[in-house]
Design a protein around this ligand. Sequence first.
Ligand SMILES: [Zn+2]
Length: 92
Amino acid sequence: MGTGFTLVEKWIEKNGGTLSQDEVNGMVFVYGDEAYRIEQKAGGDLDVVQTAEKVVVFRNNKHIQDEYTCRICGEQYKNMIDTIRCCMHHDE
Ligand SMILES: [Zn+2]
């Protein structure tokens, strides 16, 4: 399991309960140039699946404001490194 998987799983832990099944199913997560989807399994559990596509992210003004906010827990930081490391395993 790569870092992307781990981050999406943590996101689900933190935020999954507040969203409807339909919202979660349509969601795509981007980590670097990789994309992940959430799929609902037959039993109702959520599965994280890496998509085959390579991703190119175009940044805009909104994106820059979001840079210092952890996408998983919403904590705000003063620099990007602290933001990226928040909620990520430090041993990687
Ligand atoms: Zn965080």
